[in-house]
Design a protein around this ligand. Structure first.
Ligand SMILES: [Zn+2]
Length: 366
């Protein structure tokens, strides 16, 4: 064998040595090979191809020798180089092809849907504690013949104050100071605005409750937020007295907190009612004892009473403002904040929790 042929044979040997790793893996039918490793091998093989068949490869160098051998041997040597080149090409091609098939099958396997796996359950939300409480109260009043009224949150000064017997410069405007739009509209500071509109629209006799969002110019702290929820009730008919008010509020609270619940009315002042009262009910935690499990009750601070809201007989001026004959009709109204009630029921020390939308907090009401 000529010196040149020997050189070319050595090229094949070196290739086969280097490529043995791949042929061995192929022989084992890629047993135990992961998709990731297979893809890495594929990359390596294409590098080997460049190294052994590319322009800078030894084989390419050997082809240049063809012109240098004696003319009578040239054809024979040329064929020899070509056959070696073919061998290298075939080895690479075969292994590459097998590897490609293996990768394709592995991918199909990976993407196959495993129907035995449990599905991902969509997380279902639930109602906010304020909404739950509101619905509970609404149900009680609806069963007592009340209609639920809703109305706008942005009001004119007239509905927010004047119609409620709070004329300009009245001191009550200060405690109920609210936010205004640039056009001078007020964000309602109580849901009493709904009562005015309901009386105007429906006339009397009338029994409604108005739940909704109200606004006050308050700095947020543990017991105040600039936006909160109120429920107000209104009953107007002939011969309505304070006794009806007491009976209604007491019945509602008994249905909420149990038959033993007692109520108490303390004289107070509101511009839109006369006479006015604040209403309390006996603490649901200590049952009015002021003591719970040997300690001072935290819910009522030991008093046995929970102060809930304000109420009174609708002021004749308010009836008159709504076109109701105050000599023929009388009515009562009451109102309270939902956040405070909710905070008491769930022993929350900060009502801001209800507006932070922290799922860890809200989940507890599911
Ligand atoms: Zn108590």
């Amino acid at each position: 064998m000529s010196e040149e042929k020997k050189q070319v044979e050595q090229i094949l040997d070196r290739f086969e040595n280097e490529f043995e790793k791949f042929t061995n893996i192929a022989k084992s039918k890629f047993d135990g090979l992961t998709l990731k490793v297979a893809e890495k091998l594929q990359k390596e093989i294409s590098e080997v191809r460049i190294k052994h068949t590319g322009k800078k490869s030894e084989l390419s160098g050997a082809k240049k020798l063809i012109g240098k051998v004696a003319p009578e041997n040239r054809a024979d040597f040329g064929k020899f180089v070509q056959s070696i080149g073919k061998k290298i090409e075939n080895s690479i091609e075969e292994t590459e092809e097998n590897l490609k098939t293996f990768i394709e099958e592995a991918k199909i396997e990976r993407e196959k849907i495993d129907v035995t796996l449990p599905g991902r359950r969509p997380r279902v939300g639930h109602l906010h504690p304020i909404t739950l409480l509101r619905q509970q109260i609404e149900d009680i009043f609806v069963s007592m013949g009340y209609a639920i009224e809703d109305d706008r949150e942005i009001e004119t000064d007239y509905y927010n104050f004047d119609a409620l017997n709070i004329p300009e410069n009245h001191p009550a405007r200060e405690s109920q100071d609210t936010f205004y739009t640039t056009d001078g509209f007020a964000l309602r500071s109580q849901t009493s605005t709904v009562q005015i509109r309901a009386m105007e629209r429906r006339g009397v006799p009338l029994r409604v409750i108005a739940p909704g969002r109200v606004f006050r110019r308050d700095t947020p702290d543990q017991t105040h937020t600039p936006m909160f929820h109120q429920i107000e009730g209104l009953c107007v008919d002939e011969g309505i007295t304070m006794a009806h008010l007491k009976g209604t509020v007491t019945e509602w609270l008994k249905r909420m907190y149990g038959k033993e619940t007692k109520t108490r009315f303390r004289p107070s002042y509101f511009p839109f009612t006369e006479p006015s009262a604040e209403f309390d009910f006996s603490c649901f935690k200590c049952e009015g004892n002021g003591e719970f499990e040997g300690n001072k009750c935290g819910t009522c601070r030991g008093s046995g009473w929970i102060e809930l809201g304000g109420c009174g007989m609708v002021h004749p001026n308010v009836l008159q403002n709504c076109g109701v004959d105050h000599k023929k009709y009388s009515g009562f109204a009451f109102g309270f904040g939902l956040e405070r009630m909710c905070a008491l029921m769930y022993s929350l020390d900060d009502i801001r929790l209800m507006f932070e939308n922290d799922v860890r907090f809200l989940e507890q009401f599911n």
